[in-house]
Write a new protein. Sequence first.
Length: 117
Amino acid sequence: MKGVEPFNAGKFWHAEEERPSSQGLIQLAAAYRHAATKRGFLGVFNNLDKACEKLEAFQPEYSGVAVIPLLRAIEDGKKEAERVGEGNLQNFNCLLIPKIQFAERREPRSQDEIPGG
């Protein structure tokens, strides 16, 4: 999926420009761009909220991206934004910025799990 590599490399603006399939990933990238540059407390919080709203509909995975870990990271990011508060974004723990993970592909284990099997 486009946008994953720039996001994981911390190039959040480039992840936004790539326009991945999900608007939620774009908003997630925008939130962490604000956090990483230590600007825009409301940008962090509002974009995390919007990303969560959008990504919830795509659980457990979307286009190969594991969504559930992202939703957990969003909740952690929102708690961290609340903890540091407006005007203290320099104290935001950027170690909470997740890496996008791809969902594991699972092979059918029995004939019952094979479509048409």
